[in-house]
Design a protein around this ligand. Structure first.
Ligand SMILES: [Zn+2]
Length: 355
């Protein structure tokens, strides 16, 4: 037997729960955990175990199709725009009452369910009491208020951030050079998707070097802080933008093709645009968080090497930590960086770090 959950990395507990669940499944499962923690891959594998005659051999036609999200008795509902919309809810309900065309079950996967922002009593009822052969797999990054009731009707399976060593292992297995893999894993904060993006991003090493170099450029003056802050903001703005822009353009084209083919009015252009804006924003936040973490490491290394006084060094690490925490409140990035940089001590020996 092949390992059905080979694509789910560093989530032994969740995988064990899913394997056990497949023996006698209930009507609905909620898989929660941060983005990039492997929920989607786990949902594919779990679906395979529900659709396969042998409970998930990983090799039969049912398994292969389910792992490809292409099994006729498996439907994956992904939001078309910023949120899950009423027409989609109707489609989910309609699909849930269909009899399985081939196998013994209907498996419905609802992706990004933390973004449900409508009252959906009909859906609640369906998830609560679906037709006997239907199993829901609901995926959410977290459980927002709107989802609490639905969540309480599902068996919940929690996913944590992927351990750094596990991320490194996957990247190395995918052909990334071990040093670069470890750096990408360390910078990705437990997210395999972001680690893959960083490992494939030629600008990543340079951005990292520039953030690491920041403490050597500070002199406690507002002038230096504002020059460096402006440069860092530009750096953040350029990170991974090409990759994201290419994907967004492809999605816009796909939408226009759908419109041309089936002539949907309204057509979710606004939703798509909103989602793209959100993704650009998230990329910026990821980069800023990564940059701050890199600076923090520079100060920690400086402390160990004696390049900064213990009190100053510890204060610097704390100040950076506070800035990272403040990011949750969506601050003005420029003001945040300037206020932080002006407080941080210079770190002379970091200048020796290669660019
Ligand atoms: Zn199988």
């Amino acid at each position: 037997m092949t390992d059905l959950y080979a694509d789910v990395v560093g989530q032994e507990r969740a995988v064990a729960q899913l394997r056990a669940a497949a023996v006698a499944p209930v009507h609905a499962y909620l898989l929660t955990g941060p983005p990039g923690s492997g929920k989607r891959a786990a949902a594919r594998s779990f679906a395979a175990s529900l659709l396969c005659e042998s409970g998930g051999c990983g090799q039969c036609r049912d398994c292969v199709l389910a792992l490809d999200e292409a099994h006729p008795d498996q439907a994956v509902f992904e939001r078309a725009g910023a949120s899950i919309l009423t027409p989609q809810i109707d489609e989910i309900i309609r699909r849930s009452v269909l009899r399985p065309t081939e196998g013994r079950r209907n498996v419905l996967v609802l992706v990004d369910f933390h973004l449900v922002n409508i009252q959906a009593p009909k859906l609640l009822k369906t998830i609560e009491e679906p037709p006997p052969n239907t199993v829901f797999i609901v995926l959410a990054d977290f459980v927002p208020t709107e989802l609490v009731t639905i969540a309480s009707r599902c068996a919940r399976i929690d996913f944590g951030p992927v351990p750094e060593a596990a991320v490194t292992g996957v990247l190395v297995a995918e052909g990334v050079e071990p040093g670069a893999a470890a750096e990408a894993a360390a910078a990705a904060g437990g997210r395999l998707d972001r680690a893959r993006l960083l490992a494939a991003d030629p600008g990543f090493a340079e951005r990292r070097a520039r953030w690491r170099h920041v403490p050597s450029r500070l002199d406690g003056t507002g002038a230096a802080a504002s020059v460096v802050a402006a440069e860092l903001l530009e750096l953040i703005g350029s990170a991974g933008v090409d990759t994201l822009a290419g994907r967004h353009e492809a999605e816009r084209q796909a939408l226009e093709e759908r419109v041309a083919a089936i002539g949907v009015r309204g057509a979710g252009r606004k939703d798509l645009e909103d989602r793209h804006k959100r993704e650009v924003r998230r990329l910026r936040m990821d980069e800023l968080r990564f940059g701050l973490a890199t600076m923090q490491t520079a100060y920690r290394d400086g402390l160990v090497a004696g390049a900064v006084g213990p009190a100053e060094g510890v204060a610097a690490v704390d100040a950076i930590h506070a800035a990272v925490e403040a990011l949750i409140r969506n601050p003005n990035e420029s003001l945040l960086l300037q206020a932080l940089l002006v407080r941080l001590p210079a770190l002379a020996t970091v200048a020796a770090t290669p660019e």
